[in-house]
Design a protein around this ligand. Sequence first.
Ligand code: 5GP
Length: 345
Amino acid sequence: MRIEVDIKLGFKDVMIRPKRSTLKSRAQVSLERTFTFMHTGRSWTGVPIMAANMDTIGTFEMARALAAEGLFTALNKHYTLKQWGEFLANADAALLNHIAVSTGITDNDADKLDQTLTQYPGLAFTCIDVANGYSEYFVEFVKRVRRAHPNQIIIAGNVVTGEMVEELLLAGADMVKVGIGPGSVCTTRVKTGVGYPQLSAIIECADAAHGLGGLIISDGGCATPGDVAKAFGAGADFVMLGGMFAGHDECGGDIIEHQGQRSLLFYGMSSDTAMERHSGGVAEYRASEGKTVYVPYRGAVEPTVRDILGGLRSACTYVGAGKLKELSKRTTFVRVQEQHNPVFE
Ligand code: 5GP
């Protein structure tokens, strides 16, 4: 046994220190970024915020709404080939460029991925997603997808440490998804004791990825637009959101009445709800590692997107970053013991 004693931080442990700036208004801030991906040489321009590949969040409806604002959606892996066909019949190039197909790593997943990418060659991004990205089998799977689909932009995760980010990039991933345990409906830290504070994970993993020409996606743990700004400030290239996009018209599931309030069900992909829905129940050898919650209905996602982007533009203005790209260079975090004033809570 060994103990690492240097301090690791989460979003709640820091604030971004304001800096002198020549910017007159937040309207001057550009949130678009252009990336060139290390294995394919393909490039992408957009606002690097991504809806999570969860049943309730990574939906075709969400993809249409977010792509209209320049944001990205990782579609959940449960759509059938037929559903993909119907969705893609009226998808333009801009939409195709803002979505990823998601897959697990079973043989069935591999077959379905091969069929989907063969049948719909316009799809450019593949997200290979497992809860624990530390297994050798997972690395082998990434290598196999890279070999079979050399032109795909591959996202792989999740991990939280630099050495594993490097291994996945060298195995063929262009982007690595970072985050174990910070999610709003995740109970991994409680059930297993395993995890890593998200802000430190981003800082360490971004450093490892950027050294090789790869990118990282901070996945999970953002509860406010301020957290999204902190994730970018720490060095994330993309930020993936689940809970912050929950409760909208574009989400999967019906609006239901819960305790007198119009609500939507939101659940983790390892929750009892998800496992019952997709695998016929929780297998005997494992525990559920996700929560099921009711989220108040919030209408269309577009005002929420505007709120997040407004906060992010404002954060850039506070540190004098005219472009999102400059935010991490201009970020100094201060360690704090308090975040906000709770008087009216
Ligand atoms: P959020 O933005 O809601 O804080 O986090 C979203 C992320 O939580 C997802 O992208 C995914 O990585 C993670 N997640 C989703 N469902 C589960 C689950 O059931 N268990 C765990 N451990 N993580 C989950």
